[in-house]
Ligand binder design. Structure first.
Ligand SMILES: Cc1cc2nc3c(=O)[nH]c(=O)nc-3n(C[C@H](O)[C@H](O)[C@H](O)COP(=O)(O)OP(=O)(O)OC[C@H]3O[C@@H](n4cnc5c(N)ncnc54)[C@H](O)[C@@H]3O)c2cc1C
Length: 527
């Protein structure tokens, strides 16, 4: 089947839904938003902390938020992007509230603001500890009430369409690459052609590339991989943020259950399973050291002792207090036989957030004409070498706004390209052996966890490169032989993204932001 839309939005988290709602207001054409599973399954639903925005001008101001973001990003951030997000954040918070998203308020009606690591002021708007779920709920309701947005669940974008599909040779140096829409796998496992004047990638992160991640299974980096294959520019892929403590439970790795940093704030102590403490070797702030230092320390101890986890100990705290402060964590651990008032909590770091992605300008426009990228799959330059806590949800809404304005200006200049051929799967067959895919996914996860994790070295990165190369060749051969299915497409994408992370990591010859390598221990400024 061939479909025609003015706006094709791929992804329905905070980025995709905000963009859809903003564009729909203009009544300027047909809008289709697809997502690969159900509308509620997105990274957005998992966000706990909140949304950063300067709202209390009595003590806070834009300059402070800008400086905090630049420091967190290790001065790799693009100042123009930082200024745009910080200055437009309060207006976009208002937009979220008008769409029906609730943030906690104090008795006087002011927002109840939290403060998180790296922020010099209290500026985190939140909804209890499930802000992401509230944002996803509010936006889903607004989208469902908007007759101008056609939502298609269980539709999987396979490939971005460009001149390449018309038989033109497209390279990374080709000028004027143009996006004509996307090939999309429907629930009956047939690939349809979606012609679009404007295509917007809002496909989220890529935590599923790693063995353990706080991200849901959908986070396979599809948008980044599709854009890269279509020869779009990507950037900053070496900057993967790891959360230091998720619950170590081999049965639950995508997503792994997050053990909040507040537990260490409460007095939780990191220990080896034999009870020895280790943080004194790494930082005088011990278990309260910043996120990346703790993650690196745990990673090192796990490697030294050959462990698959370390432990967080709160057994010295009063049991009633622990149950009162952390009812969800208490119940979750109990469900797998761990009573945190008497037992250590097994924890390990996990891939959490991708700072890099598809390079975009201040309007969310990628290097390919007619193709925008928003949210975690994009690289706006805001995060630079490291993301400041709670800066990502707001980035998605701010860029949804600038992209909506820009694409509405340009949509009339474009037309559908009806020369685009339909998906050709002639001569392909059903893949009878799922193991060819599941085993390769496991291999990619292992390679990335062991060789391209928190602490890197050239030796390990080269090993990863060689192994990924073999998996890439095997998978491309298989992809040409079998019908397109979600699992083989996701495998292609995680291999692609794993390769990008590895290559970017090899190219950065310094320790900077989230990138830490034993071969180049100095920061560029210290050389
Ligand atoms: C545990 C956790 C806690 C977090 N806490 C915070 C926080 O407190 N504050 C903060 O600012 N950020 C936080 N983040 C990060 C933040 O949640 C994400 O960066 C943000 O939600 C990403 O939104 P998005 O719209 O870009 O993508 P997502 O919300 O991940 O949505 C992606 C969408 O793309 C669709 N999709 C993907 N691939 C395809 C495909 N091939 N075809 C069709 N559809 C596709 C999916 O189905 C989904 O609808 C947290 C993340 C996690 C995992």
């Amino acid at each position: 089947m061939v479909y025609k839309y003015d706006f094709l939005i791929i992804g329905a988290g905070v980025a995709g839904m905000s963009y859809a709602l903003k564009v729909a207001r203009a009544h300027k054409g047909k809008i289709c938003m697809i997502c690969k599973t159900s509308l509620d399954e997105a990274n957005t639903s998992f966000a706990q902390g909140g949304v950063a925005s300067v709202t209390n001008l009595a003590v806070d101001n834009f300059e402070k938020h800008i400086e905090d973001t630049m420091i967190a990003g290790d001065y790799i951030s693009d100042r123009a992007a930082v200024e745009q997000v910080v200055r437009q954040a309060p207006g976009q918070i208002e937009e979220l509230v008008n769409w029906g998203v609730n943030f906690d308020r104090k008795e006087d009606g002011q927002f109840d603001l939290h403060r998180e690591g790296g922020h010099s002021e209290f500026r985190i708007l939140h909804h209890a500890d499930d802000t992401g779920a509230e944002i996803q709920r509010g936006l889903m309701e607004a989208v469902r009430n908007c007759p101008d947005i056609e939502v298609k669940e269980n539709h999987f974008a396979v490939e971005i369409i460009t001149q390449h599909h018309l038989g033109v040779r497209v390279t990374r140096r080709s000028p004027n690459i143009r996006c004509y829409g996307a090939y999309v796998l429907n629930p009956q496992e047939k690939v349809d052609t979606y012609l679009a004047k404007v295509t917007v990638l809002c496909t989220g992160g890529c935590g599923a590339v790693y063995l353990t991640t706080s991200n849901p299974v959908i986070a396979t980096g599809d948008g980044i991989a599709m854009a890269y294959r279509a020869k779009a520019t990507v950037a900053d892929m070496e900057f993967v943020q790891f959360h230091p403590t998720v619950l170590h439970n081999p049965k639950e790795t995508h997503p792994a259950y997050l053990i909040t940093e507040a537990m260490r704030g409460y007095g939780g102590i990191l220990k080896l399973p034999n009870g020895e403490t280790f943080m004194e070797k790494y930082d005088e702030r011990l278990s309260l050291a910043p996120r990346d230092i703790v993650a690196r320390a745990i990673d090192k101890e796990m490697k030294i002792h050959g462990l698959d986890h370390v432990c967080l100990d709160v057994t010295h705290k009063p049991a009633d207090e622990t149950r009162h402060h952390f009812p969800n964590i208490y119940q979750k651990c109990l469900s797998i036989g761990i009573d945190i008032t008497t037992d250590y909590i097994p924890v390990r770091p996990a891939a959490h957030y991708m700072c890099g992605g598809i390079k975009v300008d201040l309007n969310g426009q990628s290097s390919i004409e007619g193709l925008y990228a928003l949210g975690e799959c994009s690289c706006t330059g805001l995060h630079g070498g490291n993301r400041l806590a709670s800066n990502s949800l707001i980035e998605a809404v701010v860029y949804a706004d600038t992209a909506a304005k820009d694409s509405l200006k340009h949509v009339d200049l474009y037309d559908w390209n009806t020369q685009v051929p339909e998906w050709n799967d002639e001569g392909t067959m059903t893949n009878e052996e799922k193991v060819l895919i599941t085993q390769s996914v496991k291999e990619v996860n292992q390679i990335m966890a062991n060789y391209v994790g928190i602490v890197r070295s050239d030796l390990r990165l080269h090993r990863a490169w060689d192994r990924l190369d073999m998996l890439y060749e095997e998978t491309e051969r298989l992809f040409k032989r079998v019908h397109a299915t979600r699992d083989i497409c996701e495998l292609r994408n995680i291999i692609n993204v794993a390769y990008l992370i590895t290559r970017w990591a090899l190219e950065r010859k310094e320790c900077r932001g989230l990138h830490f390598t034993t071969d180049y221990p100095l920061h560029a400024y210290d050389k």
